[in-house]
Ligand binder design. Structure first.
Ligand SMILES: [Zn+2]
Length: 112
């Protein structure tokens, strides 16, 4: 996710932010209909990204656990790969939660 600068207060913000998280001013102009359209678009994108990260987390954690079991039962070195996958899976889970929080933050603007 690229960072840009707010044109009002110069704070660093995500490029798909609709309102600045620092000064709370609109980054897409004053048209309320357009703001809400951009918000819905941004929420949708954020939720889809969260879905992708959740799917990746599920796959990696599953493979990681299988690898861990192989390591535990057979003492095969390939099981170490499972541990690495487990860590990757946890990382993807963290990314998913981050996007969920961001989507929640964006929804707050729609309720105003
Ligand atoms: Zn700002």
């Amino acid at each position: 996710m690229a960072l840009v600068y707010c044109q009002h207060c110069r704070a660093r913000i995500d490029e798909d932010e609709v309102f600045c998280s620092e000064c709370e001013r609109s980054l897409v102009g004053d048209d309320v209909g357009w703001q809400r359209f951009k918000l819905r678009e941004s929420i949708y994108r954020t939720e889809r990204r969260s879905d992708v990260y959740t799917a990746l987390a599920t796959v990696f954690v599953t493979f990681g656990l299988v690898g861990g079991i192989i390591l535990g039962l057979l003492s095969e070195p390939v099981g170490l790969l499972g541990i690495a996958l487990l860590f990757l899976g946890v990382g993807f889970g963290t990314m998913a939660r981050r996007h969920d929080r961001k989507a929640d933050g964006l929804r707050k603007w729609l309720r105003r």
